[in-house]
Design a protein around this ligand. Structure first.
Ligand code: NAP
Length: 526
């Protein structure tokens, strides 16, 4: 499939006339053809008005059609074969094997949501029968179902060119809910974005859906995103990226005449607690696996373990030594963009010069383009608690070891950190008492708590939570990965005493869709 550099607005391909954007190959340090035309306000307005026009027809299409649409996107993505893998590899510097894995996840995610749409439990169909003889007041007939919120603006993330981008979790969960989507492509992988955008555009047409169900826009600088979030047709926003970018969009959304929710996944340093029993039992293997997790994907994961917290002891010192040795063997690698690489290198330099911080290890220099050299630092709980700077996310292959004098200090560190996507406990049965005291804090701080695992790697399933209190996300009640992501784009509507002929099908007495429904307080298929 040819990449033309055009935006996809509804069924058309439109060359943006405002600015020229160029894709960049971070591994070779060169620009890649073709040029992409950046859009203007009129392009945003056209995409948003098409999305608004498509909304009712899309949300009222049979659930089977919506599910087939998601499956068609998955098929179209697979059909592109190596063209997509090679383009994503060139634009991001991520290895082909990683991109192939991410494609599998993206396609699996589309199929999971297709099954979810068919099953229909997310509609939350609830029926409370009328009680005409109730005293002192009769109860009316009340029926509830969830409906989609309206067109959603999605910002593709730089670090997952497929799974968190044009057909990523935000787009797919919004489609599953019945919301049209307008994507602002991430400038770090415009060609990948166009290829995936064309796969979605074809699925819209082939399934007879209104063209405004999907648009893809390119824009250089912040203006395109600002105009998109401010557009009155947009009713919610999905974002993954920096804290600064996420908060800027939250600010715009809250100042609109009609404020709208922004589901921004922003910043997390993922505390990793190594408890004494685990140190006694498997210090070396844990140190090696932790070094792998820190360096995985050049550390460009929102779940990267950025803080390693342990109690001071001879065993802890041996573990830190093994971790340093393992990390020092990791090679410098290419990051996603020159900007992300420069930000990493300057953050590492700052950390190295911070009072109370010891440099433990640096990875092997290889001289690659857009480099990130793994780095490990250490500090004490006392210094960590005194320095806000040490809590800042450094996006890349680095971590900070915090040594605590006693259990109270370790719990104090847990209490001090901001909201997180994950918190990990490495533990053995003799650690359960300490873990029990830590857990209430970790529940308040994190969206996902792991035992004896590593936070990098997020399963797409029904029980997954990829979210957490601020600044992990702008709304801790949600997840951006897994089936629960659909809830962000739904709202409940209650129908009181509506004639059956006017009720939506999921709420008909005879349950024609065969849904699990809450009927007079009991789950039933009746
Ligand atoms: P970003 O700078 O936040 O950009 C993400 C998207 O949001 C881009 O499309 C960008 O558009 C747009 N955007 C950013 N600020 C905006 C604003 N003020 N108004 C309107 N739109 C705005 O993230 P990034 O480029 O992916 O990476 C930069 C840094 O973000 C990294 O160094 C890292 O610290 C962090 N990051 C975190 C995660 C995570 O998972 N938590 C993931 C990726 C990156 P333009 O590019 O056109 O401005």
């Amino acid at each position: 499939m040819l990449i033309t550099g055009e935006m996809l607005i509804g069924a058309r391909a439109v060359r943006g006339g405002v600015a020229v954007l160029r894709a960049f190959d971070p591994a070779r340090g060169v620009e890649i053809e073709p040029a992409f035309g950046g859009g203007d306000r009129a392009d945003v307005a056209l995409a948003c008005s098409l999305a608004g026009n498509a909304f009712d027809a899309f949300r009222n299409a049979p659930l089977a059609t919506r599910a087939r649409f998601l499956e068609a996107i998955a098929d179209n993505i697979l059909e592109m074969g190596d063209v997509l893998i090679e383009r994503a590899n060139t634009e991001t510097g991520l290895p082909k094997t990683r991109i192939e894995g991410e494609r599998g996840r993206t396609v699996g995610q589309l199929r999971l949501f297709a099954a979810l749409v068919r099953e229909g439990r997310w509609l939350g169909a609830t029926l409370d029968s009328s009680l005409p003889d109730r005293k002192p007041l009769a109860r009316p007939d009340l029926r509830l179902q969830k409906i989609p919120v309206g067109p959603v603006a999605v910002f593709g993330a730089s670090n997952f060119p497929l799974a968190f981008s044009v057909a990523g979790g935000d787009t797919v969960s919004a489609f599953a809910a019945g919301c049209p989507v307008v994507v602002k492509a991430h400038g770090a992988h415009p060609g990948t974005s166009e290829l995936v955008g064309r796969a979605i555009q074809r699925a819209v047409i082939d399934n007879g859906l209104p063209e405004g169900v999907f648009s893809l826009l390119f824009g250089a600088g912040n203006e395109m995103g600002e105009v998109l979030v401010a557009h009155p047709e947009i009713k919610a926003v999905g974002f993954t990226g920096s804290r600064r970018g996420g908060l800027a969009l939250v600010d715009i959304a809250s100042k609109r005449r009609e404020p709208i929710p922004v589901f921004a996944e922003m910043s997390s340093i993922n505390p990793f607690f190594v408890l004494p029993g685990a140190l006694d039992k498997r210090s070396d293997e844990m140190a090696s696996a932790l070094a792998d997790s820190i360096a995985l994907g050049v550390g460009q994961f929102c779940t990267n373990p950025g803080l390693v917290i342990l109690l001071d002891s001879p065993q802890a010192r041996t573990f830190v030594e093994s971790l340093s040795v393992a990390l020092a063997k990791k090679e410098e690698q290419t990051m996603l963009t020159p900007g992300i690489s420069a930000a990493y290198r300057s953050a590492i330099e700052r950390r190295s010069g911070t009072r109370g911080v010891e440099d433990l290890a640096q990875g092997v220099q290889t001289g690659v383009s857009c480099p990130a050299r793994p780095a490990l630092f250490a500090t004490t709980a006392t210094d960590f608690l005194a320095s806000a700077e040490l809590e800042e996310e450094i996006f890349g292959p680095t971590s900070l070891v915090i040594t605590c004098a006693d259990e109270a200090e370790l719990i104090g560190v847990a209490e001090h950190v901001e909201g997180q996507l994950t918190a990990t406990l490495q533990l053995e049965p003799q650690d359960y008492d300490l873990a029990r005291r830590l857990l209430p804090t970790l529940e308040r701080k994190a969206g996902r708590i792991l035992a004896n695992g590593f936070p990098t790697g997020v399963e797409v399933s029904h029980a997954m939570v990829h979210g957490g209190p601020f600044p992990a996300t702008s709304d801790s009640r949600s997840t951006s990965v897994g089936a629960g992501a659909i809830e962000r784009f739904l709202r409940p509507v209650c129908y009181q005493d509506l004639p059956v002929a006017l009720l939506p099908e999921p709420l008909h007495d005879d349950n024609p869709l065969g849904l699990w429904r809450l009927r007079n307080g009991k789950f039933s298929l009746a």
